[in-house]
Design a protein. Sequence first.
Length: 256
Amino acid sequence: MTTPSLPLPDLDGATTLVAGGTGNVGFFAVDSLLRAGADVLVPTRSNAKFDRLRSRLAPDLRDRLIGLSGDVGTPESARGIAEQARAKTFGGLDAVVSAVATWHQGPPVLAGGFDAFRDVIESRLYPHFVIAEAFVPLLKSGGSYTTINGPVAFAGGVHSSTGPIAAASAAQNRLMLAIADETGGDPRVNDVVMWAYLGPNGTRPGSNLQGEEVGAFLAWLGGPDAGEVHGRTIHLRTPDQVRRTLAGTPQTGDLG
Ligand SMILES: NC(=O)c1ccc[n+]([C@@H]2O[C@H](COP(=O)([O-])OP(=O)(O)OC[C@H]3O[C@@H](n4cnc5c(N)ncnc54)[C@H](OP(=O)(O)O)[C@@H]3O)[C@@H](O)[C@H]2O)c1
């Protein structure tokens, strides 16, 4: 399915960073930010994944994609990546999107045991602290910090097999709202609960929301028209919600 072209903010001259930019969600954030005119820094542990990301982008966008080498999910390495980012920016970053870590489904919580639970919390929740700690200080005044979350902690029921990731996801949300309170709105900090299904080759069949719509929304959130949007948990569910927001006419509830 093709998505009609969506309006994008003017981010000409902006410098942005997408943690997890080589991933399923990150690709759409990177693509939209580049289309909006921004330079985009992408930390990665894998040259092959960076090369694949680059190859998925239109040729005229590739010059503004900048790779940074390392694991953004561990404190020391994230600090090293922040130093690389600082060296490539003049005056700091305009926007950061964090779309790291991945889905997890396992055995029932207690049957899975403590080590499995700790692994999920360490690999899915800790990176959100580490990345915020490294990159929030690099944001310019008026900048934007956005994390991607999933519906598992917010949907009606909680299934035993997704218990650990639901716990990580709920904790991610409270963590980001606490950091939002700490920044007081400068920079802006928001957690986007994304109800699309995105895979390595784009939007998965059956997803109501397209990856391009998610990307355009994330670019909007990083831009000047979202200047009042801070400290929100935004459930991104429908194409209409995205179109209303990009057109400057969001309805009550569209932005959390
Ligand atoms: N995909 C969906 O449909 C969907 C829906 C709702 C919510 N989400 C949420 O969105 C986030 C991203 O999902 P995704 O499907 O895009 O995952 P993904 O394809 O696995 O991408 C995750 C990216 O995170 C990066 N990363 C960097 N440091 C990491 C670390 N220490 N541990 C793990 N990953 C690290 C990886 O980059 P390198 O390997 O290049 O370093 C990887 O490309 C997750 O939190 C997920 O729950 C996804």
